[in-house]
Design a protein around this ligand. Structure first.
Ligand code: PEP
Ligand code: MN
Length: 345
């Protein structure tokens, strides 16, 4: 349940309500919105009398939350969560465009790609150093060496880094280099990893599991949020269906649904959804039209020779064309694409 405090509630009244809830064996989660404070009641405690809580001074309403996710829900946090990233407001009016190769392959490749995507209008750089590959014989990523190259690319271009972390023990290492920790589709329900990234307090891009429901995605986000790490972005990246022509099926429905029931920013990854570069532009525009807060796209200088996901990777020219289209579309839907701040020489 959540306790909605009245606009005029004093700090004392808020702390009295928190004290009462805690005395019954629950934990609380505080959401201090622009207008009012909302107290989320979490955990398991002794039965709480809703009517009694409603009588406490400063309480406006006590609302039972029927779904299992609480901190991720709109009821708990009515305003959109806005996450600053490189001068843009993710989840606000700005659209984020995260672009780069599937894998960091070598120093020159990531630095050249970083310059190319920045030139084309990207707001952040992606690139995997630890790669979750279906085959153990496929390229597994450069590990820490790849993280160092990513940091160099950030230095050279000013673009913040989004990169995947696959195991709890590596969270501190990846945090040293990454601006945003990506949780891949295969790890969406790796609860030890969700706890670890929650504890890190680092921004997280949480991808939807390829066979997960929207509710399961929000429950995974809840693991991270329950550590007080509110900087979580959700990401629709395509789900498994009976269709095999495309790699996955982009669930465009998930975008307006997530925006409606949750306050967290929602990103779209059309590259992994369609699996073929020629469909990436159309699905990207559809995602933005549906209300996505940004895109994460695979871009490669030489897709034919990419170590991973070349088939779905855009060349920089095609990526630039896509960014132009997103820029044209943005004002129609009340959004904007902000160019990244210039790099300090
Ligand atoms: C990736 O971003 O390269 C990736 C492996 O994504 P996903 O986890 O969505 O497959
Ligand atoms: Mn990939």
């Amino acid at each position: 349940m959540i306790v909605v405090m009245s606009v005029t509630a004093s700090a004392r009244e808020i702390s009295d309500v928190i004290g009462r809830i805690r005395s019954m064996g629950y934990d609380i989660h505080l959401s201090e919105g622009k207008e009012r404070t909302i107290i989320g009641v979490i955990g398991r405690g002794r039965p709480l009398d809703r009517d009694q809580l409603a009588l406490l001074p400063g309480v406006q309403d006590v609302v039972p939350v029927s779904h299992p996710y609480k901190i991720a829900s709109r009821e708990y946090h009515p305003d959109d969560t806005v996450i600053p990233l490189n001068g843009i407001q993710l989840g606000g009016k700005d659209l984020a465009i995260i672009a780069g190769p599937c894998s960091v392959e070598n120093r020159e490749q990531i630095i050249e790609t970083a310059h190319a995507v920045r030139e084309a209008g990207a707001t952040a750089l992606r690139g995997g150093a630890f790669k979750p590959r279906t085959s153990p014989y496929a390229f597994q990523g450069l590990g820490e060496e790849g993280l160092k190259y990513l940091a160099e690319a950030r230095e050279a271009t000013g673009l913040p880094i989004v990169t995947e972390v696959m195991e709890p023990a590596l969270v501190p290492l990846v945090c040293q280099y990454a601006d945003v920790l990506q949780i891949g589709t295969r790890n969406m329900q790796n609860y030890a990893l969700l706890h670890a990234v929650g504890e890190s307090q680092h921004p997280v891009l949480l991808k939807r599991g390829m066979s997960s429901t929207i509710e399961e995605l929000l429950m995974a986000a809840e693991y991270i949020l329950s550590h007080g790490n509110m900087r979580v972005m959700l990401c629709e990246r395509g789900i498994r269906t009976f269709e095999t022509y495309t790699r996955n099926t982009f669930d465009v429905n998930a975008i307006p649904v997530l925006k409606h029931i949750s306050h967290l920013p929602v990103m779209a990854d059309p590259s992994h959804a369609v699996g073929k570069w020629e469909y990436v532009e159309s699905v990207s525009l559809a995602a933005i039209a549906a209300g996505a807060d940004g895109l994460i796209l695979e871009v490669h200088m030489d897709p034919e020779h990419a170590e991973s996901d070349g088939r779905q990777s855009l060349k920089p020219e095609r990526f630039a064309r896509l960014v132009e289209k997103v820029k044209q579309m943005a004002p129609i839907i009340g959004r904007q694409v902000v160019s990244p701040a210039p790099v300090q020489e």
